[in-house]
Design a protein around this ligand. Structure first.
Ligand SMILES: NC(=O)c1ccc[n+]([C@@H]2O[C@H](COP(=O)([O-])OP(=O)(O)OC[C@H]3O[C@@H](n4cnc5c(N)ncnc54)[C@H](OP(=O)(O)O)[C@@H]3O)[C@@H](O)[C@H]2O)c1
Length: 375
């Protein structure tokens, strides 16, 4: 549908308000709402924290008696069920709203069109589809988990201009990208539920994988550190495993490896790591199973930080939704070093275009971001 200038303006505002909940409301969606009367906003609200009041309630409260006969713009269909708070549809009806404009219907089964139907049954006019695409994009993580059970997957790597992802052996500075770029990565880490790496990266780099260069957000702590290790090769005395009591470490492995390496499994558990068995896949553990398990644990956004073999599997199976690629202004000049995506055994990646691609400077580096597929 082609929205009017007025509709665009007020829905854009509702979405700006919704975005204030980023990182604070998950696994709930971000939602913003504005009450409009006589072409003027008289109430604004947003969902600010998980379990907290919904956007519509805040906007209606701010509008007070001015809500009677007014129009409500909301970035997602109002809920009609009892969750952590009462149904928003009841509040909208009680406030005397005349017309509800929603950007998109809620994919959550208990709502899914029933919220708008309840409003219509109470005599309220409803319109749906104003800036729908933008609203879906805003809540991509929520839509993906509701529709597929899997979290939104961001694949991030840093490489040199000649496409190498490892720092020179013995170099004083183990990083490829700049300090500014690493800070940007930490800004993403603090918004995700998990940071995922393969056993190869853990064995080579012993990364901490925590949020350090920026503060964590008030409503969420550190992301869970996830290690993919079908053979159970990682050592409990190294990072990130050894600090598992401070920041959780979840190791996906296989029942066969746990049986074969009983004492290592026991030591990892004693260090505080959680071990979860999934089925084995061609190159390790089944990534689809891992992501499905993370989705069942309530995770809606995860960051995969490598390395090349994990990226190879992820892309070959079409499981990445976003890419975040830092390109450093250096040439490694070592042809034998790995590139960002390893595809052993003749595996192939289906040709894919990166959509909505953006380029921006990140300190001295170039940051390329984009979307793969539907979400
Ligand atoms: N520049 C960057 O952005 C960046 C990022 C990360 C890493 N790196 C570099 O990459 C190098 C490590 O490369 P790598 O390819 O060995 O690391 P990797 O991709 O982190 O690890 C590969 C290992 O992960 C395990 N794994 C489990 N499930 C898998 C699956 N479905 N698909 C693929 N692997 C799976 C396998 O070990 P098991 O058999 O034990 O399961 C596999 O050998 C290091 O030098 C590191 O510094 C660079």
């Amino acid at each position: 549908m082609k929205p009017s200038t007025h509709d665009r303006k007020f829905m854009t505002r509702a979405m700006e308000l919704a975005a204030r909940g980023l990182g604070q409301v998950e696994p709930n969606p971000m939602v913003g709402a504005v009450v409009v009367r006589g072409g003027r906003i008289v109430g604004e609200g947003w969902h600010g924290r998980f379990g907290g009041p919904h956007a519509e309630v805040g906007a209606l409260q701010e509008a007070g008696p001015l809500a009677r006969g007014a129009r409500l713009y909301v970035s997602l269909e109002p809920c009609c069920h009892w969750g952590k708070t009462p149904p928003c549809t009841d509040a909208v009806i009680a406030a005397g709203i005349r017309h509800v404009v929603a950007a998109v219907t809620d994919p959550f089964q208990e709502v899914a069109g029933k919220g708008l139907a309840a409003l219509r049954a109470a005599g309220i006019k409803t319109t749906v589809g104003v800036l729908e695409e933008e609203a879906r994009r805003l809540n991509a993580a929520y839509f993906k988990r509701m529709l597929t059970g899997l979290p939104l997957v961001i694949a991030k790597w840093a490489m040199t201009l000649d496409g190498r992802v490892t720092a020179p052996t013995g170099s004083k500075d183990p990083w490829i990208s700049s300090e500014e770029s690493r800070r940007r990565v930490h800004e993403v880490r603090r918004l995700v539920d998990a940071v995922i790496v393969g056993a190869g990266t853990v064995l080579a780099d012993h990364p901490q994988l925590t949020v350090r260069h920026v503060p964590t957000l008030p409503e969420r702590g550190q992301p869970v550190r996830v290690v993919l290790d079908a053979q159970l090769r990682v050592d409990p005395s190294e990072e990130p495993m050894r600090s598992a009591r401070q920041v959780p470490v979840l190791i996906y492995t296989t029942a066969a490896a746990v049986k074969r390496r009983r004492s290592r499994a026991a030591r990892l558990r004693k260090t505080g790591c959680e071990l979860a068995n999934v089925v084995a896949a061609k190159d390790g553990v089944s990534l689809r199973e891992v992501l499905a398990d993370l989705g069942r644990r309530g995770m809606s956004r995860v960051l995969v930080e490598g390395g090349p073999h994990v990226f190879g599997s992820l892309l070959a199976e079409g499981l990445a939704d976003r890419v975040m690629i830092f390109i450093a202004p250096t040439l490694a000049g070592r042809t034998g070093d790995p590139g960002p995506v390893a595809l052993p055994g003749g595996r192939k990646i289906a040709p894919a275009s990166i959509l909505d691609m953006t380029f921006e400077p990140s300190g001295p580096d170039l940051l390329v971001q984009g979307r793969l597929g539907e979400f």
